[in-house]
Design a protein around this ligand. Structure first.
Ligand SMILES: Cc1cc2nc3c(=O)[nH]c(=O)nc-3n(C[C@H](O)[C@H](O)[C@H](O)COP(=O)(O)OP(=O)(O)OC[C@H]3O[C@@H](n4cnc5c(N)ncnc54)[C@H](O)[C@@H]3O)c2cc1C
Length: 295
């Protein structure tokens, strides 16, 4: 049996951007954007579910994000995840990869009992591909990036095919290990209709607090108890639930500052016809040297 933790991220739908989506401090104004499940993370979840089906164990999904990130955790439950964790607090907002991987690694230590951590290679908003490797570093465990296929898992080892420039290589690692996956390696399964019916009302503690705020007949503690009993509670960690160094979280723990984001539109330049003769090629080379493109 092998237990997996999958790191999933809710990202802005970059295919449907309109209006001012960057705040003046260079962070993303997420409330202005439709939010979706980062595709590579769904692929990572699919791989984790396949490991569970083949070898047994459980799959846990975790995400750090605003309260509405619980949407993707419900989607994880629809696909087959056993447990989910939302990590959410205003004090985590504006985190760069350093602060994100710090909080995620501390939460993973708290959950414990894992053989594999799965992550997407890259999130489509920040695009850095750093969070997976940084999390492995902070946990002090090996990492295999650019995974294309899991070839074998046994008690102490995993064998993986990973992409490299112009081909692939087969690598082995001891467990526990963090694995980042590429986007097209497997097709994520569709939601199970049975699981959608079972988990569509799953809620985080933050959702339940909001419900209690809106209705004076409801009490958060009672709701948490009830949702836990019905297996509908999305486990929730805020700053107060974790023993973290506040200086390493959110904006305070993020040395990266994005000063400006620009849309770059590449336009075609002038076209020159090169005669397929020795003289034509000589002219081209001369022109490239004059323009300092090479020389
Ligand atoms: C235009 C722009 C540029 C930026 N540039 C930088 C930069 O250069 N350096 C920098 O440090 N930050 C940068 N950021 C901030 C970046 O958005 C955050 O660091 C972000 O929270 C995590 O990095 P990422 O999106 O690049 O994740 P990646 O490293 O691309 O994500 C890889 C994988 O890690 C996991 N993961 C990532 N975030 C989470 C999460 N919150 N919860 C659970 N799993 C997660 C997922 O499995 C994901 O597929 C930038 C943001 C923007 C909008």
């Amino acid at each position: 049996m092998f237990n997996s933790i999958v790191m999933v991220k809710q990202v802005p739908d970059t295919a449907n951007i309109s209006g001012k989506v960057m705040k003046d401090d260079g962070t993303v104004n997420r409330t202005k954007l439709p939010a979706i499940f980062n595709h590579e993370d769904r692929v990572a979840l699919e791989l984790a579910l396949q490991v569970k089906e083949k070898y047994g164990g459980k799959v846990i999904a975790i995400t750090m994000g605003p309260p509405r990130a619980s949407d993707i955790l419900r989607e994880c439950l629809y696909m087959g995840t056993d447990e989910t964790y939302l990590i959410s607090d205003r004090k985590f907002a504006g985190a760069d990869t350093l602060a994100t991987s710090y909080v995620l690694s501390e939460v993973i230590k708290k959950i414990g009992g894992y053989d594999f951590i799965f992550a997407g290679r890259q999130a489509i908003d920040g695009d850095t591909a750093q969070v997976g490797p940084q999390t492995a570093e902070k946990l002090g465990i090996p990492q295999i990036t650019y995974t294309e296929e899991i070839l074998d898992v046994n008690k102490n080892k995993i064998k993986i095919k990973r992409k490299i420039d112009g081909g692939y290589e087969i690598v082995e690692s001891t467990l526990p290990v963090l694995i980042t996956v590429l986007k097209n390696v497997v097709s994520p399964r569709p939601f199970s209709s049975k699981r959608v019916m079972a988990f569509k009302n799953a809620k985080s503690v933050l959702d339940l607090e909001k419900l209690a705020e809106e209705n004076s007949l409801l009490y958060t503690d009672k709701l948490i108890h009830e949702y836990k009993e019905r297996n509908l509670l999305i486990n929730t960690f805020t700053m107060d639930d974790l023993n973290l160094d506040i200086k390493r979280c959110g904006i305070a723990g993020s040395p990266t500052k994005v000063h400006k984001v620009e849309s770059v539109i590449l336009k075609g330049g002038n076209q020159i016809r090169v005669e397929p003769t020795k003289a034509g090629l000589n002219n081209l080379i001369e022109q490239l040297m004059t323009d300092h493109i090479f020389g």
